[in-house]
Design a protein around this ligand. Sequence first.
Ligand code: NAD
Length: 426
Amino acid sequence: MTITDFPTTTSGIRGGVAGQQALDAAQFQLAEAVRFLGLDDGLHRMLATPRRSLTVSVPVRREDGRMEVVQGYRVQHNLSRGPAKGGIRFHPDTDLAEVTALAMWMTWKCALVGIPYGGAKGGVAVNPDQLTVRELERVTRRYANEIQPLIGPEKDIPAPDVGTDEQTMAWIMDTYSVNAGYSVPGVVTGKPTLLGGSLGRAGATSRGVQIVASAALGDPAGRTVAVQGFGKVGALAAQYLADAGCRVVAVSDASAAICAERLDVADVRAWAAEHGGLLGYPRADAISHDELIEMDVDVLVPAALEGALTGANARRVRARLIVEGANGPTSPEADLILADQGTTIVPDILANAGGVIVSYLEWVQNTQAYSWSADEVEVKLRDLMEGAFREVRTLSADRGISLRQAAHAIGVGRVAEAHRLRGLYP
Ligand code: NAD
């Protein structure tokens, strides 16, 4: 199968270059899984098409009184296995194509790790770094209002993603609750613990990355690691990998990339928090973003955005293991090149599933108006991550396919089976 050999069932959706590439990659991966599973064309079409896509215009009043209008999106890709679940991204380049791709990956991810959700994603095309806190709050609340008909604890549950955080979730929960007339903590996950957030949610995606990286490595002690993206996922992934005995030698964010013989990750995190990024960190050498991707390390963790590893740079990647903290960081072309080079990739829908797993645990706690200890949450997270990793590795080994193909085969297969069992209405 060539990489252009994917169905055009979402061809009505055209995005910018990055969003379109993400959607093309998601469709390619689905097409491969459909072929592997022997699913028919009709089912393929169902799985390739989002159930609901909402585009909203969000008016924003700036501090100087000017009014701007930004585009927002919420896509529910699939609802066969339960309510839709997926993060909300605030990024200037986000568009409907990117959000659709991210929603599809959420569907397979939830099915793969066995939590009872379909997939969704949301996005607002703003740069949160260029808004004041009050402007950000107004954008968030207005966007939440616009998508309110789609979301709810039994329908679709947002969570943080790129450019959003616990505070964003608190504002969305408040907006939804004010409109409902009573507090509805279960409408979002990844909220502050004081409002019903789960212990362990903030670091859950990163903990999951560390768990599968350790499982793939066998013994993590002394292994060298480079992490692209030093945000919510990347910074704590670097920390947990260092805590597990790895030697973190390079990290980057949008502002800079740095390397050292052994980075003191806690010190780098504290410095980045104080200075708003890595630029100027004094106890390491500055390198280029490309140099970080091409470093001779045991493990590379892309934890920024899509399109980090492409046909243009994959041949220069020297990492032996890639653990995808980000969604969609590796293009299908890069996948083929890296497979040829013998690089193992733990794919996004497995590697970064820790976030949605603990989001699920948060939602269960909210539903029961009860909370679990951090240890209880961590044990459940570990069980689900390690179980999914074992399943994927076994299928990959048994059938001679990549970990990504195996993960998609399992995730897509479960959603297809749910469709078959439910039948088609009417
Ligand atoms: P974030 O906004 O907290 O952090 C993103 C980081 O990437 C920032 O440090 C930013 O400076 C950096 N970055 C952007 N462009 C870069 C570049 N070209 N080179 C290096 N760094 C760059 O976002 P996040 O929540 O950490 O999400 C990161 C990725 O993980 C996304 O793909 C997201 O979809 C995925 N993810 C997040 C979660 C979650 O729970 N937050 C869960 C699963 C997957």
